[in-house]
Design a protein. Structure first.
Length: 95
């Protein structure tokens, strides 16, 4: 079972920051999973309505962690960017 650490940007911060959860290996305290989302969006780009990223880590060699997978969920005017990309005939990356 992984150790869970939740964190939130202070409400007094007026610029974009992150909220999220980090999951640690309980024996080594290495990060195994990170789930982050923007706490405040950039005012100049109102079309972006959500940004969430999930990063899964794996151990390449002892004590050397690398990103195994990065999954991003972004919304543009309330719609998933992946849905907009597929509707326009585009391919999703990372596969």
């Amino acid at each position: 079972m992984l150790l869970r650490i939740d964190f939130r940007a202070d409400d007094q911060i007026r610029s974009p920051d992150v909220n999220g959860t980090i999951y640690l290996d309980p024996k080594t305290y290495q990060i195994r999973l990170a789930e982050l989302q923007l706490s405040k969006l950039v005012a100049e780009v109102r079309e972006i309505t959500a940004v969430k990223v999930r990063t899964i880590f794996r151990e390449l060699s002892p004590n050397i962690l690398v990103f195994d997978r990065v999954i991003a969920r972004c919304r543009l005017n309330g719609r998933q960017i992946g849905d907009l990309l597929r509707a326009s005939g585009g391919r999703e990356g990372g596969r």
